[in-house]
Design a protein. Structure first.
Length: 136
């Protein structure tokens, strides 16, 4: 089974710095997409937006950030069509990732990752450092 995500919740808008055009929109996703899904989504969104008016100030670099889509430069004229474009791009990214197994490919077990994390000493000031006998 490949990686899939959906749009969830409401879209949040934020103003941008003076001199910039449009607003920043944050659109929550189910989960945090991996690199393959993120690239597929970005490609499909760019394709969906081709030919739409008022997308000249829209920034699509790094549109997938953690568990949300972040679009900078969204202008009022493009807002009504953007929802449909986002839904179609999510569906296309899901289809592109259906059988790739990207959600299952891991370079180590969760236990091995935890063992590495336990070896990292991040104790605050005055806290004793881990002794070599407690490290694995």
């Amino acid at each position: 089974m490949g990686e899939t995500h959906q749009l969830i919740g409401g879209v949040q808008g934020e103003p941008l710095a003076a001199g910039r055009v449009g607003a920043r929109l944050r659109v929550p996703l189910t989960g945090t997409p991996g690199p393959h899904w993120s690239r597929a989504f970005g490609s499909h969104l760019a394709q969906e937006l081709t030919g739409h008016r008022a997308v000249g100030h829209l920034h699509l670099n790094d549109v997938v950030q953690g568990g949300e889509l972040v679009l900078d430069g969204v202008e009022p004229g493009e807002a009504p069509a953007l929802g449909d474009c986002l839904r179609r791009a999510v569906e296309a990214a899901n289809c592109a990732c259906v059988g790739d197994g990207s959600a299952q490919r891991l370079n180590m077990s969760a236990g091995e990752a935890e063992a590495i994390a336990e070896r990292v000493a991040v104790a605050g000031p005055g806290a004793p450092a881990p002794s070599p006998t407690t490290q694995r």
